[in-house]
Write a protein that binds this ligand. Structure first.
Ligand code: GLN
Length: 192
């Protein structure tokens, strides 16, 4: 009998509950992560959408930045959505805020502009046989993709879902629909 993996959700700010619900729908045991010790024994981590500056500063204040950086560098499978995509990036186009530097991409925050602050759109996602309904809220896009990073979905020519090794990042919010296929795809690819 295989023991199901335990997936942590970084629970500092943002749509934590929605990710917990999406994972529980898949029958996956979950844990909220607020302290460094909450990372112990996890099989995967979700970094939710919210406000990346706030999440980054709270992580700094709670002594989580270093432990998160080393857990991701050591290969902890991670699904990072929206603000999460910004946090895992190697760099952002403008501004100065704490980043985890786990994914070799440059990300532009609030990239779709004022006219398109929020929108929804069906996306072709590599690995899914039917389109996925993407909910975008003040979403980032990926401006530059490192050589080991694969683009998994785009809006126009802009990457909005990327993956490298065990890290998958989306500009949109798979936790805000009741479709858990992206969570499942990530867990399968991450070996969970
Ligand atoms: N605009 C937010 C940021 O820069 C991200 C928005 C979101 O997560 N919905 O952090």
């Amino acid at each position: 009998m295989t023991v199901p993996p335990t997936i942590g959700v970084l629970a500092l700010q943002g749509d934590v509950r929605e990710h917990l619900v999406a994972l529980e729908r898949l029958g996956v045991p979950t844990r909220s992560v607020r302290l460094a010790e909450d990372l112990t024994g996890l099989d995967g981590l979700v970094i939710p959408g919210g406000e990346s500056t706030t999440i980054g500063r709270l992580a700094e204040r709670f002594g989580l930045l270093h432990p998160l950086r080393s857990a991701l560098a050591d290969g902890l499978p991670t699904l990072a959505t929206c603000a999460g995509m910004i946090l895992v990036a190697g760099a952002i186009v403008e501004g100065d805020q704490p980043l985890l530097g786990a994914l070799d991409v440059v990300v532009r925050r609030n990239a779709f502009g004022r006219q398109n602050e929020s929108f929804e759109m069906d996306l072709d996602v590599k690995g899914l046989d039917r389109p996925f309904h993407g909910v975008f809220i003040r979403a980032p896009w990926v401006e530059k993709v490192g050589s080991d990073v694969e683009v998994l979905a785009r809006v126009g020519d802009r990457p909005v879902m990327v993956g490298s090794g065990r890290i998958v990042a989306t500009s949109f919010h798979p936790e805000l629909t009741d479709d858990s296929r992206i969570h499942r795809l990530w867990m399968e690819d991450a070996g969970g």
